[in-house]
Design a protein around this ligand. Structure first.
Ligand code: UD2
Ligand code: MN
Length: 373
């Protein structure tokens, strides 16, 4: 009887030891896979060590207003633990900073304006652009957040082509961006530079994390996606060679068409002038501001900075400004009092369209000209 009892006890002990061994084996296996297979859903659930920031859109395809902040071009992104993302999914891998030169670029592009274009087509072809014309790469952490500002009035036809070509290009360039159309209200004289000043402030109101501002005419399309729409160490002039100028820079100090300044570069020059009404001169004034503040314009290679402009007549209420030649002689005196610091306007409407944000603004009219006699 005692032997029988002893046998049963021994058998139980053996079973318990076997069970313990099995449990030990399972734990060892879990730890093993935790190290070597963190990407597996099951195991990453146990992984609390990895605090790397994930992409702001990691849980949805909609934009997230708590997007990360971005350093200047070429700067390292902020340390991963600076802004933990509360939306992060436990199943996703931390994102790497986007490549300096994205690998998906295609180079030279065929740009034409003869086939008809519609906003429906633009929308259909760009389903990953969010309301208001915003986009963030889903597969890497963009290094800059770029606001693209377009001075505008009655150019709907051009805008469709601009959006049709630019959204895919910008997507390949791997930046976080938002498109802002700064639409002048009423029929008074057009003022391109003042509209762009409004765009700067309004874009920052929309998202204070913009650190780069690109100012583009609505009728200019880059012919090469290696012309990267972002900010550089020095203020950038992108539109180096235009078809209308025989793909050559018309003069050394030319700064028209498409340009880009970081937030600090823009503030350093007190923004753009508000007092150039009508066509011409404002781009030269901006160039003067940059030089007078000790900066130097940077440009892409002439073979890359090529553009096509949609052919057009001069618009009504944008006649050449006869004062432009005198005004550009006086930038040194005027730039401190006339600029972003003195900007006044009345916001009429902000509306978020699927492919862009429209900002309609009343900016006043030119002061009455003194009549002699
Ligand atoms: C040149 C420059 C431009 C600017 C301008 C002088 C080029 C390619 N561009 O443009 O950057 O320096 O001279 O002011 O050389 N706009 C409207 N509605 C209007 C008037 C103008 O939307 O009624 C906007 C639109 O974005 C247009 C831009 O202002 O592209 C410049 O006006 P433009 O195209 O009539 O002048 P353009 O081509 O001579
Ligand atoms: Mn034009």
């Amino acid at each position: 009887m005692t032997r029988l009892l002893l046998g049963v006890t021994l058998e139980r002990i053996c079973k318990a030891v076997l069970l313990l061994c099995l449990l030990h084996f399972v734990i060892i296996m879990i730890l093993y896979f935790d190290v070597y297979a963190q990407h597996l859903d099951f195991f990453s659930r146990f992984n609390t060590r990895n605090t790397s920031r994930l992409h702001p859109f990691s849980n949805s395809s909609r934009p997230n207003s708590t997007a990360p902040s971005y350093g200047p071009a070429g700067a390292e992104p902020p340390s991963p633990s600076t802004k933990p993302n509360t939306n992060r999914s436990v199943t996703e891998k931390p994102l790497q900073p986007c490549q300096e030169v994205p690998s998906g670029l295609v180079g030279r592009l065929l740009i034409e304006f003869s086939s008809p274009m519609s906003m429906e087509r633009v929308q259909r072809e760009n389903p990953d652009v969010s309301l208001g014309g915003k986009y963030t790469p889903p597969d890497c952490l963009p290094r800059q957040k770029v606001a693209i500002l377009i001075p505008f009035r009655h150019r709907e036809h051009h805008l469709k082509y601009w959006l049709h070509y630019l959204h895919p290009i910008l997507r390949r360039q791997k930046v976080a961006y938002g498109i802002y159309i700064i639409n002048q209200y009423g029929e008074d004289t057009f003022n391109r530079a003042k509209l762009l000043n409004v765009g700067f402030l309004e874009a920052l109101k929309d998202d204070e994390e913009y650190d780069c501002f690109i100012f583009s005419d609505v009728d200019l399309i880059p012919m090469d996606d290696r012309n990267l729409y972002r900010c550089y160490e020095q203020p950038r002039h992108f539109a180096v060679g235009m078809d209308k100028f025989g793909f050559r820079l018309p003069y050394a100090g030319y700064f028209g068409g498409v340009s880009g300044l970081s937030k600090s570069q823009f503030l350093k020059i007190n923004g753009f002038p508000n007092e150039y009404w009508g066509w011409g001169g404002e781009d030269d004034d901006i160039f003067n501001r940059i030089s007078l503040n000790g900066m130097k314009v940077s440009r892409p290679d002439i073979r890359i900075g090529r553009y096509r402009m949609i052919k057009h007549e001069r618009d009504k209420h944008n006649e050449p400004n006869p004062q432009r030649f005198t005004k550009i002689q006086n930038t040194k005196m005027t730039m401190k009092r006339d600029g972003i610091s003195s900007l006044q306007y009345r916001l009429v409407e902000v509306s978020r369209q699927p492919m862009y944000t429209n900002i309609t603004v009343e900016i006043g009219r030119p002061p009455p000209r003194l009549v002699r006699g």
